[in-house]
Design a protein around this ligand. Structure first.
Ligand SMILES: *[C@@H]1O[C@H](CO)[C@@H](O)[C@H](O)[C@H]1NC(C)=O
Length: 548
């Protein structure tokens, strides 16, 4: 018993790296593991998102021809004379993956969703916008269910502009803003109010568009703490007040190259902190490619991807990019905010560009990034996967803290033979070090929380237990799962909440009283994953519904 206790103390000492006051950073002493979850997901995971039923919604495009999963027998086959691959199509192009059984269920989409975007509404319904061809102006809903009956609902074309390679952000009023897309230098709202323009021109998207290589598609969007929208395209960024259609800020150009499709990098908002009243917004963008990577790759020259990341506090008076160097160059990486506020950078390639067959040298090793460590100690190289995740691959945090990795299809159809990178249907999970059993003594378990529906700007209670005591650097966070495609994690945000009080209920059980976010700008209403983090080791997440 005593020996065990000493061992735990020793682990604690190993784990806690020094003494940051607000945010203790854990050094990953272990590189983590990969596990294959499913050999054949049926549909390649080009667009993915975690719904509040714990299932992952996956879709690619309707005109790929045969996928590897049939529609369910009760579905009618698609019959689309204009389909470029298969007019009568009985294959599914969307599935729902259930991580509790590692199985998929086919879903039916009728119009093309290729290279589209999405966001969750406050009630948990996924709004999906745009795509290609007959799908370019379509809005679709998916209302997640615990049973196996929910499916896509498609509406007649409603978007004012074609939205192919656009990005979405959920707004504080529970509407979605859709920004950009190929040849769409504008934004629009879903749903639109009668008094609003069908679409609003945004010259910034023209200015950042080099007509030979666009490099500004799938712009990075982040909702800032004043309610306006940070938009990053290519190497430049603005703060847009979409309510008055005015650009209220222009930020310095980010050095190093291009960051958006097809020179695809990735962007996140670093965790928002109650200690700063959720006012300070820091954006981090990593990877990308030289501005001519796409044209060079078409000519058979695969340029080395960018090795830099930049961080900028967009709410500062004089914001500037602080540049850092990753251990490995990366184009088409995905960035996931882990429950303990560390960042995982995963997927992608070391050379080339996004686009069909335009990248080489897959980066099999994820990176862990610890935002509040000293600059030289932020990156750590993690265990390598054996599966290349090139163009059209995705990553999503699962409630238990694993990261689901899927997709990769750099071919014009589903191709399994005679190509450099076969279409990838395997789903795998990366388990970060914090899931290792050597940390189980530190790992909190959420027992319950109440009230069960949490309103903004109110106190709520979280009952949890941790095998070891005392607690160390306790944090309680909520996480909005992103809609992920093309290395863009739309709407991803983590908020570290203010803990008002922690009371021991006897034994290893504690009751924390926590303050919810103050308003829908800090946290748009919707479903979030609640995590208790002890000494950097997170609990499994519990779904909470945050109401305005
Ligand atoms: C959620 O809200 C949207 C927009 O009002 C509505 O269309 C949808 O049916 C709602 N979903 C559920 C599950 O109530």
């Amino acid at each position: 018993m005593c020996f065990q206790k000493n061992l735990m103390l020793l682990q604690l000492l190993l784990v806690l790296s020094c003494c940051m006051s607000s945010q203790v950073v854990v050094t990953a002493v272990l590189p983590g593991r990969w596990n294959l979850l499913l050999q054949n997901s049926g549909v390649s995971a080009m667009h993915t998102t975690l719904s509040h039923t714990g299932k992952i919604i996956i879709f690619d495009r309707t005109d790929y021809g045969a996928s590897q999963i049939k529609l369910s027998p009760t579905d009618k086959c698609r019959n689309d004379p204009k389909d470029v691959a298969l007019v009568i199509d009985c294959w599914a192009h969307s599935v729902e993956f259930d991580p509790s059984t590692n199985s998929v269920r086919p879903l039916e989409i009728l119009t093309d969703t290729w290279c589209s975007s999405g966001a969750f509404l406050a009630n948990g319904t996924l709004v999906q916008t745009g795509g290609w061809n007959d799908g370019a102006k379509v809005i679709r809903h998916f209302s997640p269910c615990y049973s196996a009956i929910c499916d896509w609902e498609e509406f007649p074309p409603q978007l004012a502009e074609k939205r192919w390679y656009a990005s979405d952000q959920i707004l504080p009023d529970d509407r979605v803003i859709v920004v950009g897309g190929r040849k769409a230098f504008s934004y629009e709202f879903v749903p639109r109010q009668e008094t609003e323009l069908a679409f609003v021109p945004l010259p910034f998207l023209q200015q950042t568009n080099d007509h030979k290589v666009e490099n500004n598609l799938y712009p990075f969007l982040h909702l800032s703490s004043d309610g306006s929208l940070f938009i990053f395209a290519n190497a430049d960024s603005i703060l847009l007040d979409y309510r008055s259609n005015s650009v209220i800020r222009r930020f310095p150009t980010m050095p190093g190259g291009s960051r958006n499709y097809p020179s695809t990098g990735s962007s996140i908002m670093l965790p928002l902190l109650a200690a700063e009243n959720f006012q300070r917004i820091e954006v981090m963008i990593c990877g990308g490619a030289p501005s001519d990577a796409f044209t060079q790759a078409i000519a058979g020259i695969f340029l080395t991807a960018l090795q830099s990341c930049g961080r900028m506090v967009i709410t500062d008076t004089n914001p500037k990019w602080e540049m850092e160097t990753m251990p490995i160059s990366r184009v088409m990486g995905d960035m996931i905010i882990l429950p303990n506020a560390q960042i995982l950078i995963v997927n992608g390639a070391q050379r080339g560009s996004a686009g069909w067959g335009l990248a080489r040298d897959p980066v099999l090793m994820p990176l862990l990034y610890s935002p509040s460590e000293a600059v030289s100690q932020r990156f750590q190289i993690l265990s390598a996967s054996t599966i290349a995740r090139m163009y059209h691959s995705t990553a999503n945090l699962l409630p238990d803290g694993r990261v689901l990795v899927g997709g990769s299809n750099t071919n014009t159809d589903y191709a399994f033979n005679g190509v450099l990178f076969p279409t990838e249907l395997r789903l795998e999970a990366y388990s970060p070090y914090y899931l290792d059993s050597s940390f189980s003594a530190l790992k909190p378990t959420i027992i319950r929380f109440y009230p069960t529906t949490i309103t903004l700007n109110s106190a709520f209670n979280v009952q949890f237990s941790v095998p070891t005591s005392p607690r160390s650097d306790l944090q309680i966070s909520i996480y909005a799962p992103p809609f992920t495609t093309h290395s863009v994690s739309m709407n991803q945000r983590l908020l570290a909440l203010s803990i008002i009080n922690v009371k021991n209920l006897g034994g290893s059980t504690d009751l924390a009283t926590v303050k919810s976010p103050p308003n829908a700008v800090a946290a748009p209403a919707g479903y979030y994953l609640l995590f208790v983090v002890n000494a950097g080791i997170p609990s499994t997440g519990a779904w909470i519904q945050l109401q305005a």
